[in-house]
Design a protein around this ligand. Structure first.
Ligand code: KG4
Ligand code: ZN
Length: 338
């Protein structure tokens, strides 16, 4: 039976396989989370100290149906009751994206369910929408993840202006590389975060790459500074190195965010991405928001790292605007948010 747009709750199944997590979620009307299932591949990649793309896509193939099935079951719904399927089509690892997109297209075709595609960054921007309060437009969006560190001005759904981006490593990438240097395993962010809480952030004066006159970021020099410190510096505890490194990252992210808020004359800030789970960054941005009298929206920890709730939340808006896609949808590894 062909589906029609109705006044009933729009039930969106979100799917994200952009990197190393197989995720599916059911969200009603872009804000009410009915289920959120993430199958992590951390155990597979840990021994390599980073993600092995071929292993990631193979695992997605094994997990995609069980994960989607569990998402539908915990939401107490079924395919025939869905309004649409929202799938992430990039940016990300191409082999991983292919699994999610092929699966979503197959189900959409077989069960005649409308399909929408969502840019992963757009998903992160909308990760703070499910919940009680949503930011009004315009707002400033700081995305800090393993693959991206960017500032966007968001004037409405689909209206994104990039204000700055990383010129080399993303913040999460710097965390992961520094954790590897320190032998803390993968992913490095949570490990550094917990060591940092027991260390002295003033122990080592690591560089703060502020790049004056620009809202761009650069973290690769900071990572090299930590490598050099480990080779030539005075011996200090791992806790102090983590705390000092984290302080540099947080100082840069907070300063750039404050510049952007002032430049754009915006009083609303949304923060997202895996590094938004960082305790030091959450505290420091909370202080900034209070000083600047700015409303801050930051998702709970499980919606900071990759998840499909954010894909379903952004997908809801595509669906409402009838921006459906066909079976010719192809994933794209490098996909700017325009
Ligand atoms: O958003 P995400 O799950 O994936 C990407 O889209 O990249 O972010 C993953 C990144 C990893 O680099 C991980 O080390 C970092 O987020 N991360 C953290 C924390 N939790 C995860 N970084 C700092 N502190 C954390 N608590
Ligand atoms: Zn992400």
């Amino acid at each position: 039976m062909p589906r029609v747009w109705t006044a009933m709750a729009a039930l969106i199944l979100g799917i994200d396989t952009s990197c190393d997590d197989t995720s599916a979620a059911v969200v009603a009307d872009g804000k009410e989370i009915r289920s959120n299932i993430v199958s992590s591949q951390e155990n597979i990649h840990r021994k390599y100290g980073g993600i092995v793309p071929e292993l990631a896509s193979r695992r997605h193939i094994e997990m995609i149906w069980p994960v989607v099935d569990e998402a539908l079951r915990s939401a107490e719904t079924k395919l025939d009751l869905l309004s649409a399927i929202a799938v992430c089509h990039g940016p990300g690892l191409i082999g991983s994206l292919l699994v999610g997109c092929s699966f979503a297209k197959a189900v959409s075709f077989a069960r005649d369910i409308p399909l929408v595609s969502v840019n992963h960054l757009e998903g992160h921007i909308f990760s703070c929408f499910p919940g009680v309060e949503q930011p009004d437009f315009p707002f400033l969006s700081l995305i800090v993840s393993g693959g991206h560190t960017s500032l966007y001005r968001v004037d409405g759904f689909g209206r994104y202006k990039e204000l700055g981006r990383t010129r080399d490593d993303a913040a999460g990438e710097a965390y992961d590389k520094v954790a590897k240097l320190l032998g803390l395993g993968y992913p490095g962010g949570p490990a550094i975060d917990s060591h940092a809480q027991q260390g002295n952030p003033g122990a080592i004066d690591f560089p703060r790459p502020f790049l004056p006159e620009s809202l761009d970021f650069s973290f690769s020099g900071l990572k090299t500074a930590v490598a050099n410190y480990l080779k030539y510096g005075h011996p200090v505890s791992v806790n102090d190195i983590c705390a000092s490194f984290q302080q540099s990252v947080v100082d840069v992210l907070v300063k750039k965010t404050s510049w952007a808020l002032r430049k754009e004359r915006i009083k609303r800030l949304a923060v997202s991405g895996g590094v938004a789970a960082n305790s030091g960054l959450r505290r420091a941005l909370g202080r900034l928001a209070a000083e600047e009298e700015t409303e801050m929206f930051i998702p709970p920890l499980q919606l900071c790292t990759d998840n499909a709730v954010m894909i379903a939340a952004a997908g809801y808006h595509h669906y409402m605007m009838r921006k459906t896609v066909g079976l010719d949808l192809n994933p794209v590894a490098y996909l700017p948010l325009s």
